[in-house]
Design a protein around this ligand. Structure first.
Ligand SMILES: Nc1ncnc2c1ncn2[C@@H]1O[C@H](COP(=O)(O)OP(=O)(O)O)[C@@H](O)[C@H]1O
Ligand code: SF4
Ligand SMILES: [Mg+2]
Length: 336
């Protein structure tokens, strides 16, 4: 049984402009101890998916559409009572965000904030909590943890704050850590350090890690498997190696082409033309077609399914080029 099993998740928002189909039929699985990367540009539904797993979608305007399922360790999270969900969120699933500063209280010391979590979730007394908190700071690589413990957030750098957030996320010893763009706000050197830290902690604690990023380069460093999202949907999945060496979907190919060459000083970026459409207005047919240089009539006429690239394989893609023979509303034929 997978640790996390998301099936046909649809999370919609009612807005003045219409219904935003932010997450629109996402399925994915994560095994215990595995690292899964979720990659896609801004606006593809990554954060909404993560917040849906945690039960943090505000309703209204948000709604998780009937038929969606999120099973964690066999338990259907979309059906559990709010108290149980809070328990799971505090003890079994933790999340860290892009901006550590916004998740910390500026008027309390970081030690105070770590202690609150330790006392609440591990039932530690004040003394014990301090010792455990200082040990956590040391574990996440903060030097002079005893002094740092009594610092305020504004006295720390972005990288250090992200380490604090990781310490807080780890304090309940979660089975799943969701990291949403955890290094996006940091400079490149610090980014590499934080990724190393996440990987070493993940291995040491045997946690599963769901790493969300717009950067395929980050995924390449850290993840076992990758889910590529576009337009609120999964457009390609596979092992990191498969995805990086033989991307099948034009969107994945575009993400890869826009990466600076690893170790390449003569950086040449080829960004994907255009931008992610609004979630209230996904194109008919293939959602990527207005940006895809391979698009032809069939891409406008019907939406490709996410199907195995080769029968029986774990790798799959959502593109008519990859599945020219699949039945559709009508068979418009292959590109010439
Ligand atoms: N509270 C909200 N109300 C309305 N629309 C929302 C809300 N939150 C997210 N969305 C919509 O969901 C889309 C996907 O957002 P998000 O999950 O944040 O993307 P990503 O994390 O991939 O950048 C956004 O383009 C936005 O239109
Ligand atoms: S289905 Fe068509 S438009 Fe969509 S990615 Fe494939 S070729 Fe491009
Ligand atoms: Mg996001």
């Amino acid at each position: 049984m997978p640790l996390l099993e998301v099936t046909d998740l649809r999370t919609y928002f009612t807005t003045d402009a219409g219904v935003a189909r932010a997450v629109d039929g996402v399925s994915l699985q994560l095994e215990a101890g595995e690292t899964l990367g979720i990659v896609g540009e801004s606006g593809c539904g990554k954060t909404v998916m993560a917040l849906s797993i945690l039960g943090l979608i505000p309703s209204p305007p948000g709604e998780i559409v009937a038929g969606s399922s999120i099973r964690f360790n066999g338990e259907e999270l979309l059906e559990v009572k709010p108290a149980r969900l809070r328990e799971i969120r505090g003890n079994e699933i933790s999340m860290i965000f892009q901006e550590p500063m916004t998740s910390l209280n500026p008027v309390l010391t970081v030690g105070h904030q770590i202690e609150e979590v330790l006392r609440l979730h591990r039932g530690l007394k004040r003394r014990e909590a301090r010792a455990a908190g200082v040990a956590l700071l040391a574990e996440v690589g903060i030097s002079e943890p005893d002094q740092r413990y009594d610092s305020y957030p504004h006295q720390m750098s972005g990288g250090m704050l992200q380490r604090i957030m990781i310490a807080i996320a780890l304090s309940c010893e979660p089975r799943l850590l969701i990291a949403d763009e955890p290094t996006t706000a940091l400079d490149v050197t610090i980014q590499a350090q934080i990724l190393d830290l996440l990987v070493s902690l993940q291995q040491k604690h045997g946690m599963a890690l769901l790493l969300i990023t717009h950067d395929l380069g980050v995924v390449a460093e850290v993840c076992d498997r990758v889910v590529v999202m576009y337009g609120g949907q999964v457009v390609e999945t596979g092992t990191t190696e498969e995805i990086l060496s033989h991307p099948k979907h034009p969107y994945t190919q575009g993400l890869l082409a826009s990466l600076p060459g690893i170790g390449d000083r003569d950086v040449r970026l080829n960004p994907i033309p255009g931008t992610v459409p609004s979630a209230v207005d996904w194109p008919e047919g293939c959602r990527f077609r207005d940006r895809c240089s391979f698009a032809w009539e069939r891409c406008a006429e019907s939406e490709p399914d996410l199907l195995p690239v080769v029968a029986g394989a774990s790798r799959s893609a959502r593109c008519w080029l990859v599945h020219p023979d699949e039945s559709s509303i009508d068979r418009a034929g292959k590109p010439t």
